[in-house]
Design a protein around this ligand. Sequence first.
Ligand code: MLC
Ligand code: AMP
Length: 520
Amino acid sequence: MPNQNLFTALRAAFPADLDAVAVETDGGLAYSWRDLDRATAMVANLLQSLDIPRAADGVPPRVAVQVEKSVEAMVLYLATLRAGFVFLPLNTAYQSAEIEYFIGNAAPAVVVCSGQNFNWVSKIAFKAGTRHVFTLDDDRGGSLLERAAHCSDQQVPAERGADDLAAILYTSGTTGRSKGAMLSHGNLLSNAAMLKDYWGWQPGDVLIHALPIFHVHGLFVAIHGALLNGSRMLWHGRFDPKKVIADLPRATVFMGVPTLYVRMLAEPALTREQAASMRLFISGSAPLLIETFNDWQARTGHTILERYGMSETIMLTSNPYRADPRHGNQSERRGGTVGFPLPGVSLRVRGESGVDMPVGEIGDIQVKGPNVFAGYWQMPEKTAEEFTDDGFFRTGDVGRQDERGYVTIVGRSKDLIISGGYNVYPAEIEGYLNELPGVAESALVGVPHPDFGEVGVAVVIARPGASLDPERLIADLKAKLANFKIPKRCFIAAELPRNTMGKVQKNLLRERYKGLFQPA
Ligand code: MLC
Ligand code: AMP
């Protein structure tokens, strides 16, 4: 059996000319394919040289990483695969309480953080039993690379099977704490290989990479897509619409969350001529408004391809790049839909009674396929809850499928706000709010926002006799939580609307505040 390590497949797709440029950064650096090969070997050798006690459960060591975006951070990801370890990416916005939970839960053998955060992150890590804490900065500084510089640049990728764990991605839960979705080498590779074909990756493609690399979209879909095609990446440390537009003539593929498209549309420099060399614009992670889809088409002449996925499953559905023979030779990219279930993915829309809904009717979306994760890290009960008896994963998304096979997401059964492509779980924010002095209870709802698509608005009820200041509440939350989770507005109310069962009627709150950020 050949080695099923994902790195082996990615490495095999490197072009024959290893001196060609693989990654060009917005900071003016160029990395060849040989650089990526050598650097990943060195970091993999460093990981393998560490003194790490063998786990009784046989799960390979986890490498938890909270660093700014850089090519070296991508190298660390690839090196982790290469060493056969398990990658655990963490949003750079997470603060100490959040990091403490992830490190405590995943018990990583290695933690890598920025030099600036070393003091507090290492404290948390050492307390949790992690022995190895390295730093990595976005200017190539830090102890990780200093140590790796002494390691050999030759390394044989660790033998891994398709079911072996490659990464853990934490996703928050509607109740309780975050869950670590366990993705295997086979989950990741099968999805990437299928997308290479479905999205028509071709020789000469160049990807603009402007997404963060701690989520499925930037880390897997974008990086695997480019590497598996031996394609060059134009690497943007952070998204700047002007810089991305300036790079369009040198590129062919771009991937973004809807906010990125909205921000580029606000730039006069975005023109048909500027986008003339582009082959494909892909959007996902959050609903793409039909206005954005139409405006993009009118302005650039390109039809955005919208797809749908999640941390637990990587990519699930996609509009076709070219007509999909499974759905008729006329199949096109349709705005407002997320396209067809991808080849190999079974998708069904189930009603409350547990039977398939008729074509065009709304129900819960359930999926199965080689891309679907094995379960949540050390949470067998949660895992069991999220899978049906016949092995379908309950996505928590609500939608319908039309007679031609197009899937449309119409909502979510999970109480979740997606803001600028990041997930915010109201239960988590409400939990923090309710702990603040003078707060009796609270509700967080998502309302439309022109930039982020949706943002959180908090409604807070004071304890009898207490007087609350919304600014103070926001400031208190900011001290504890990642910035994107902070409600954009906070209102103090006399009571929360409830139904006869006593359940908070969030739909009424959403209705009350839906115009807050909309132009008059
Ligand atoms: C930043 N801010 C946000 C926010 N991003 N607020 C709400 N939602 C967001 N997404 C706020 C910060 O809190 C801060 O507020 C202010 O904006 C400036 O912060 P910033 O970091 O400078 O913002 P910016 O660089 O402009 O970031 C915006 C963004 C970023 C859209 C570029 O959010 C982003 O990269 N989003 C992409 C997320 C992504 O990759 N998702 C994929 C998930 S995978 P203050 O008040 O502190 O100043 C997935 C599966 C799938 O979902 O299908 O792909
Ligand atoms: P995450 O947990 O960050 O992986 O987020 C996954 C969720 O993002 C999905 O369950 C959907 O609710 C949402 N999502 C992803 N892509 C789309 C899309 N194209 N349209 C609507 N929602 C999407």
